[in-house]
Design a protein around this ligand. Structure first.
Ligand code: GLV
Ligand code: MG
Length: 347
């Protein structure tokens, strides 16, 4: 393991120093844009006022014959569009693909100073992060990039899940990670063709009731285990966990339920692949105004965060004060960006 002293040294002469604290940004939704489609990338400026992150997708879902056009389209979009405070990310192709090398050299060389985060798919272990870390350092140095480009891993292979804690602490360049349920399902040989969400056959059957009464059944969340592991690995290392894609665009309720489970367990945001999912992610990953109001009461009742008080019959102490602070801090971040939420939260 690298010595703690070296952890924050630049990996190449002339590369920017790694961040000691990650930039605090609101990232409730990472909105995917296919940059080879001119009509869609032309909308990026307009989209920027509605989403927290715009991501140009170069990997899966981009046809092989459009890979180069997607790369060039992303560069054109990054140059032409002022995104304001909205983050600009790119999902590059996998490390072992024929496109990765050109994705990296072209993107960092042409628009390295505009790029906040590179999303790296199919990360299997810390070695993948070490490789891209070093490679980015060299490219940043060559192109005099001023601030470090962060790396966001997709957790979408069984081996990646096995190594999730080591991935989360592999580099100060790591921004966080997203669960990729489609590739992960394939990697694990899960028997589902869905992209995220539940499955009607993954359920628990209640014991028999009265004679003649049907047995009740409840669907379970097949992603619970992975999301929980990812959240622990990320929280323990000060990086951010995200839920990834929800593929059934017509099922807004199921999408909202999946996003909400991820939010409640600790995720910071989710991917939005379709414009209809933007409002869902905004609603879910901005804390509930009633919860914020209650959390504010806890903080007000315990100004120094110690002792114990009762509020509406519920016990509050140092630990619930910290829980309340998580909610109020997030609400402040949301309010600073979204005026409508500032009013709802009373800031
Ligand atoms: C996302 O990339 C996924 O495989 O779900
Ligand atoms: Mg994938």
């Amino acid at each position: 393991m690298k010595s703690p002293r070296k952890f924050f040294e630049p990996l190449a002469i002339g590369a920017p120093s790694p961040y000691r604290e990650l930039p605090m940004r609101l990232e409730r939704m990472i909105h995917f844009v296919p940059p080879h489609i001119e009509k869609l990338r032309a909308k990026a400026g307009e989209l920027a006022s509605q989403v927290d992150v715009i991501l140009g997708n170069l990997e899966d879902a981009i046809p092989i014959e459009a890979k180069a056009a997607a790369r060039e389209g992303f560069i054109a979009m990054a140059r032409a569009t002022d995104l304001g405070t909205t983050g600009l990310w790119a999902r590059v192709n996998a490390l072992n693909s024929p496109w990765f090398l050109d994705d990296m050299t072209r993107l960092v060389g042409e628009v390295g100073d505009r790029l906040d985060v590179i999303m790296l798919p199919k990360v299997e272990g810390p070695w993948d992060i070490h490789f891209i870390d070093q490679y980015l350092g060299l490219l940043e140095a060559r192109h005099a990039v001023k601030k470090p480009i962060l790396v966001h891993a997709i957790l979408e292979t069984a081996e990646g899940v096995n190594n999730v804690a080591e991935i989360a602490r592999a580099s100060p360049r790591l921004h966080g990670m997203s669960l990729g349920p489609a590739d992960l399902a394939a990697s694990r040989a899960m028997k589902t063709t869905r992209v995220g969400g539940g499955h009607p056959d993954y359920r628990v059957l209640a014991d028999s009731g009265a004679p003649g009464e049907p047995r009740r059944a409840a669907q379970q969340d097949p992603w619970h285990y992975t999301i929980a592991r990812m959240v622990d690995a990320c929280a323990a290392n000060g990086v951010k966990p995200f839920y990834g894609p929800f593929g059934d665009f017509a099922d807004a309720d199921a999408c909202e339920a999946q996003f909400r489970n991820a939010f409640l367990l600790g995720c910071a945001g989710a991917w939005t692949l379709h414009p209809s999912q933007i409002a869902i992610a905004k609603r879910v990953f901005s804390p509930d105004p009633a919860e914020v109001a209650f959390a504010k009461r806890i903080l007000a009742a315990m100004p120094d965060g110690s002792g114990a008080v009762m509020i509406d019959g519920k016990m509050q102490d140092d630990a619930t004060w910290k829980q309340a602070k998580v909610i109020v801090d997030l609400a402040r971040q949301v309010a600073a960006k979204d005026i409508e939420f500032a009013a709802l939260y009373g800031f």
